[in-house]
Design a protein around this ligand. Structure first.
Ligand code: ZN
Length: 135
């Protein structure tokens, strides 16, 4: 694992949250992207070498919608950058970690992603992500 790539933050109202984080960080968001497969809108802020990813549900089937029914707004997941997501999944499964999706899927911000279930990672929903090469 290379670094914390981003923290995912579940928000009810992306426009309001965007303004809060703009003021907080003293910088504008650099990207907004709807991810239809996850039913979320995402807003990204750069923070040093890492990022903050604001996540707003676009419909009740979204994992973020379900999360916010049971939890307050706040940190939803931690994403770590990896060089080879397929090799990391094999390594971590051998170590006993349970994946929500063992097959990497395309996430926001040009990444292949896979989630480890929080029950096997001390309560942290962990996202592995690997930059998709533009080739
Ligand atoms: Zn994420």
């Amino acid at each position: 694992m290379i670094k914390i790539e981003h923290l995912g933050i579940a928000v009810k109202d992306a426009a309001k949250a965007k303004e809060v984080f703009r003021k907080l960080l003293g910088a504008d968001a650099y990207k907004e992207e709807a991810v239809a497969s996850e039913s979320v809108n995402t807003i990204f802020f750069q923070l040093g070498e890492s990022k903050l990813e604001l996540l707003e549900a676009t419909d009740p089937n979204s994992a973020i919608y379900k999360y916010l029914e049971k939890n307050r707004e706040g940190i939803h997941h931690m994403a770590v950058a990896v060089d080879d997501i397929y090799a990391e999944i094999i390594r971590l499964k051998k170590e006993g970690f349970v994946f929500i999706n063992e097959e990497p899927k395309k996430g926001a911000d040009n990444k292949l992603i896979a989630f480890i279930h929080p029950k096997s990672a001390n309560g942290i929903l962990l996202e592995l992500c690997q930059e998709i090469n533009p080739t």
